[in-house]
Ligand binder design. Structure first.
Ligand SMILES: Cc1ncc(COP(=O)(O)O)c(C=O)c1O
Length: 348
């Protein structure tokens, strides 16, 4: 006897990355930023008047919308504040998909998409990211909602905005471009929201702004699209403290740029060092790399690292079994990872 709908009963829930505790842990498994948030974020939280906690927060997160609109150069009614980028995904699936309105996306990608689709009971078309014609295939699919993660997770690859613009022009449905990692990439798809009324961009404050613990993300789209999405979100989906923190973070662009540049420099070094150890590592436009192990099963390396309190992400999913996704850490953290990998490979 179950109380749950069939599709909920059948769904294996999303499995969040392991959150190890302890001070001697090297945590490179959930793509957090290795650097702390801007000092201005902490100051904003400390200075939050009790009155702001007593009252409900502004439903649209006005302070953040204004600050983000200045940074991004779009009007504030083009911005939808959400409880993490994840909430925008869930809002979009609920707004556009049901049993007769499918979702489509290229795979491998963010493993939350299929979970949300199953919970919404909508048909899913998964196409291969390796197919050079994948964007044509997506256009042919004509799903109600097409999601492209760009740069993609867990591969780190970036599709040119121009190509996604062409795709948007061919689709009758909505194109959601998941730009959770865009702060680490060479280009964004921001111009596409002006050109196409069916494009929504997803942004996250978790990665580029070191605020994964706060839960704040946002969507960018034309005002008519934002108005529709507002109907689907919870009334007070972002809390007063999160609005304050995210606003301070996005305002402090100089600090943000320094942290992002450090991560990008370290990404180049870690990629080179992993290649020297014999891993196949594609260039990444994100704050992680995907390393294919040729000398030893990736799962065994993942376990041996965990035994040493070093956590990377292993996905037991088709096409990913021989790979590990490694978040870019500080140079010191990455040195400990590299040392451990040398020892593990030498002992095999
Ligand atoms: C591809 C992708 N999209 C969206 C998100 C959501 O990020 P958040 O909810 O932390 O803003 C993540 C988080 O890991 C992600 O990897």
């Amino acid at each position: 006897m179950t109380y749950f709908l069939d599709n909920v009963e059948r769904t294996a829930g999303y499995e969040p990355g392991f959150q190890p505790q302890g001070s001697d842990v090297i945590k490179l498994n959930t793509n957090e930023n290795p650097y702390p948030p801007s000092p201005q974020v902490l100051e904003a939280i400390r200075n939050l008047p009790a009155e702001r906690l007593r009252k409900y927060p502004p439903p649209l997160g006005d302070g953040f919308r204004t600050a983000a609109s200045q940074v991004l150069g779009v009007a504030s009614d083009w911005i939808l504040c959400t409880n993490g980028g994840d909430e925008l995904l869930s809002i979009c699936i609920r707004a556009f998909c049901d049993t007769s309105h499918p979702v489509a996306y290229p795979n491998p990608t963010y493993s939350l998409y299929p979970v949300l689709a199953r919970l919404q009971n909508c048909p899913v078309t998964e196409l291969s990211f390796d197919d050079p014609k994948v964007l044509d295939q997506l256009a042919k699919t004509q799903a109600a909602l097409t999601i492209v993660c760009n740069p993609n997770a867990p591969t780190g690859q970036l599709i040119a905005a121009e190509k996604l613009g062409k795709l948007a022009g061919k689709l009758k449905g909505v194109l959601l471009i998941d730009e959770a990692y865009v702060d680490f990439s060479a280009a964004s798809c921001l111009p596409l929201v002006t050109e196409h009324d069916n494009v929504i961009l997803l942004r996250s404050m978790s990665k580029g702004y070191s605020l994964a613990g706060i839960r704040f993300g946002f969507g960018i789209a034309q005002p008519a699209m934002i108005d529709g999405l507002l109907k689907v979100k919870d009334s007070y989906n972002v809390d007063a403290m999160a609005i304050e923190a995210a606003t301070a973070a996005i305002r402090d662009q100089p600090y943000h740029r320094v942290c992002v540049d450090k991560v990008k420099t370290e990404r180049t070094r870690l990629t080179d060092e992993l290649r020297k150890l014999g891993f196949e590592v594609a260039d990444s436009e994100s704050n992680f790399v995907l390393a294919r192990s040729v000398k030893m099963p990736a799962k065994d390396i993942y376990r041996a690292l965990a035994d040493r309190n070093i956590f990377v992400r292993y996905f037991a999913l088709p096409g990913l079994e021989d790979k590990m996704r490694i978040s870019i850490g500080t140079p010191e953290q990455d040195n400990r990872l590299l040392e451990a990998l040398r020892a593990i490979l030498a002992a095999k």
